[in-house]
Each structure stands twice: as structure tokens, then as C-alpha cells.
Design a protein around this ligand. Structure first.
Ligand code: 13P
Length: 262
């Protein structure tokens, strides 16, 4: 059976409001013809761009998301953003546990578990990012790390919330300017491990949770990554931040996937 494909980008702390809107409009126009029943396209911009983006962009075409969220609805949480504030914008996605949140800002699995629970309870499609760092890979404990991140982060989920859960596998050593992309073979092995853990936790329903790969995805490796059996989508940073380039990457990946199905 053909899988549904997911293509998205986290804009991190790049692009101001005008740049974000221009980018989103370009991407929306360039991808108008792609059937959204087969392909989901999503962008996760800065908080300051979200209000304007939610007015200017058709979220049936480009799903919009937030890069982080507090677990509480309101309170003494200076600097945080409440789920109610994100609901006010009509956002579809909340991304949690990106490597930079975990490693630069010290978010641990317990904090992420509270955030994942709150995000699903507020009806957001929740994209939990997991991945081992370089040292953990060297010690050959990547599978254990993934298992801990998943089993802790997802420990409070109710079965009916599963259709709104997405996972991104983003090995820390593969992300950003100093990262080197995982080979398709390595990424497939880890996605398969993640799939096993999800099935242990959620039975047959675990098979249906989309698992996206992220970390130095580019025009070249997108084609081979997307054809791996347990890779459902690509979560792209730098190679997606020009709308034309991202559109090109998406189309290359789709062509490659379609060829692999024939
Ligand atoms: P790069 O594609 O720039 O390595 O970033 C990946 C990423 O962090 C997506 O969330």
C-alpha cells in the first residue's frame, strides 16, 4: 500500500514576519497542484510570524505549527506560550523536543511528557522529536536513548489521541551546519526501531504513526531517504528555507517514491 508522505520545515530562529509570509505564499503557490490527501506540507515559523501567517495562509494547503509550547494554560510562566494562545491562532501543529530545545535549553523527557500530553489534550497534531547525540551513538546506546525518549515522552497518551501524533527522528549529530546526514540505511534502521517501540506501546495503531526523518536532508539524499519503508516524511531545515528549492526537493522525493512503488 502506498504511504502518505509528509514534508515540512522548522524555520528555527530565522526569517522575520515579512520574509516568512513571502516564503509561505511562494511555497503555497508552488505546491498548489499537489494532492493533500497524498501529501501533507507543513511549516513551523517563529512565534512572531504566526499571527500574520495564520491569516494569510490556507492551512488546508500548508499546515502551520509552533516550535514550542508550555504545558499550562496560564500562570506564572514568564516567556512561555500557552496552548490557548496557539489555539487562538488556529494552528494545526505543535513541535516539541527539537534537539535545540533539549540540548541548548535543557528540556528533559519529563518536561516533554507534560508538553506532549497538554498538546494532544488541546487538539494539536503533536510532532515529538527524538534522536541520539554523537556520544550516545559512539557508545552504541542509540536504541536505548530512543526508547527512553519515546516511552517517557508518550507515557500519558490516550488511544484516541494517536491519530494526531507524529514522530521526527532527528539524530543530533546530523542536524545543522556542522551535521552530517544519516545514511538512508542508518536512518531506516532507527525508524524501524522507533516503529517497534511504538508498536510495543500502542499495538497495531503504532504502525500508523508517521515517522519523519530530519537532519541535513538535501536535494540529493531526499530521494533515497523517502523510499525507505519506515520513513514517512522529511523534516527539513536549511534546504527548505528557499521556497523554490523546497518545492524542488519535495517533487524529487515524490518522483523517487512513486518510481520505487512501480
Ligand atoms: P537541517 O536540515 O538544517 O540539518 O535541520 C534539521 C532540523 O533541525 C529540522 O528540525
Amino acid at each position: 500500500m502506498k504511504k502518505k508522505l509528509y514534508f515540512g520545515s522548522n524555520l528555527k530562529m530565522y526569517k522575520n514576519i515579512n520574509e516568512t509570509i513571502t516564503y509561505l505564499k511562494q511555497l503555497q503557490n508552488a505546491t498548489l497542484d499537489l494532492n493533500r490527501l497524498e501529501y501533507t506540507i507543513f511549516i513551523i515559523p517563529s512565534f512572531t510570524s504566526l499571527h500574520q501567517a495564520s491569516k494569510d495562509i490556507n492551512q488546508d494547503l500548508i499546515w502551520l505549527g509552533a516550535q514550542n509550547m508550555c504545558w499550562a494554560e496560564q500562570g506564572q510562566f514568564t516567556g512561555e506560550i500557552s496552548p490557548l494562545m496557539l489555539q487562538e491562532l488556529g494552528l494545526k501543529i505543535v513541535e516539541l523536543g527539537h534537539s535545540e530545545r533539549r540540548h541548548v535549553f535543557g528540556e528533559d523527557n519529563q518536561i516533554l511528557q507534560k508538553k506532549v500530553t497538554a498538546s494532544l489534550e488541546h487538539g494539536f497534531t503533536t510532532l515529538l522529536c527524538v534522536g541520539e547525540n554523537e556520544q550516545e551513538k559512539e557508545f552504541d546506546i542509540s536504541n536505548e536513548i530512543l526508547r527512553i525518549q519515546l516511552k517517557t515522552g508518550l507515557s500519558d497518551i490516550k488511544e484516541e489521541q494517536l491519530p494526531k501524533l507524529w514522530i521526527a527522528y532527528e539524530p543530533v549529530w546530523a542536524i545543522g551546519v556542522n551535521g552530517k546526514p544519516a545514511t538512508a540505511e542508518y536512518a531506516q534502521k532507527k525508524h524501524s526501531e522507533i516503529r517497534t517501540v511504538l508498536e510495543e506501546m500502542f499495538g497495531a495503531k503504532g504502525k500508523e504513526i508517521p515517522i519523519l526523518y530530519g537532519g541535513s536532508v538535501n536535494l540529493q539524499n531526499a530521494e533515497v531517504l523517502i523510499t525507505q519503508p519506515d520513513i514517512d516524511g522529511l523534516f527539513v531545515g536549511r534546504s527548505a528555507w528557499n521556497a523554490e528549492e523546497f518545492n524542488h526537493l519535495i517533487r524529487n522525493a515524490i518522483n523517487s517514491y512513486q518510481k520505487s512503488c512501480t
